[in-house]
Design a protein around this ligand. Sequence first.
Ligand SMILES: Nc1ncnc2c1ncn2[C@@H]1O[C@H](COP(=O)(O)OP(=O)(O)OP(=O)(O)O)[C@@H](O)[C@H]1O
Length: 355
Amino acid sequence: MIEAVGLTKRYGSTVAVDDLSFTVQSGMVTGFLGPNGAGKSTTMRMILGLDNPNGGRALIDGQPYAALTRPLTQVGALLDANWVHPNRSARSHLRFMAASNKIPARRVDEVLELVGLTSVGKKAVGKFSLGMKQRLGLAGALLGDPKVLLFDEPVNGLDPEGIYWIRTFMKNLAAQGRTVFVSSHLLSEMALTADHLIVIGRGRLIADAATKDFIAQATRSSIRVRSPQLADLRAALVTANLTVNDVDGALEVVGAPIEQVGDVAGAAGITLHELTPQVGSLEEAFIQLTGDAVEYGGSRAHGAGSAPISTVGAAGAPPPGFPPPGVPAGYPPPGPPGFAAPAPSPVPPREGESR
Ligand SMILES: Nc1ncnc2c1ncn2[C@@H]1O[C@H](COP(=O)(O)OP(=O)(O)OP(=O)(O)O)[C@@H](O)[C@H]1O
């Protein structure tokens, strides 16, 4: 389980995370959503002890990250697939990580097998595709067989096969009873993957709900019905006091259960060619609920909702050099969370950050 309690992080005058509280439960995939700059990465970094909060706390199974003695055995994370030296082989990268947490070297081969990288274990990571690097990042996250897993944009830039593979992988991890917390901008993908959603905007909690409830509450559901006797059907539905709209040669019935629509048609002896529930998409729900929390907005071309997209100004653009464009000098730092690296912090402080 992951708990954030009143978590707050300021960068100068920018409040990146603002009194944020939520709980991420085990046994399900929890999606972490928010517009650009909402504070998702900062929150994940605080959970993983890579950033210090200005207020509140983040706990992993009841403990702050800093208190974990062998962190990789309790929490695995994939924040940036490029956190690996390109000249190292996948196996030597994982062996280093394993040794830093007193994890037996044989586990390296197990996780390489799990993510399908056994055949390229000796290959330099610099020659890996993005999809392979993501798999290697997952292997690193799983090294210590942790109960809690955090993934920041794990499917970014992947092809459909890679996305499908990671989705299945995350669902399996959750089905094993683990806590899986994953951020993504791919909303259609999140709708398929996440059982539950934590949605934030401008560092604040917007929603903490089951995915289906989040969509149902923020979008309009209706019934689409088609018939060769459309005029008669419309008349019967209106007589039954239902709200009916004409849409592309079909009727849209709003605010009625599907059974009622079918019953009305049946009672009037009307043949139906289609009777389909229409539910909103996660994308519609997301835009509806986060519209005012968008950091840098354009004009609202999508037509959902009526509130204009507000801006909060240039709130400290991400500093140059992060994530590191190339590979940092020296190895292991920077490295994935969990390294017992000799550096004071696994990741250099970001510009404007107070520690
Ligand atoms: N080191 C930093 N220095 C100054 N401002 C920062 C720093 N890190 C983050 N910020 C600011 O904090 C806010 C939250 O950023 P964060 O990267 O956590 O958001 P995010 O939700 O992960 O965004 P995205 O979806 O674009 O990755 C933004 O306004 C960002 O510009």
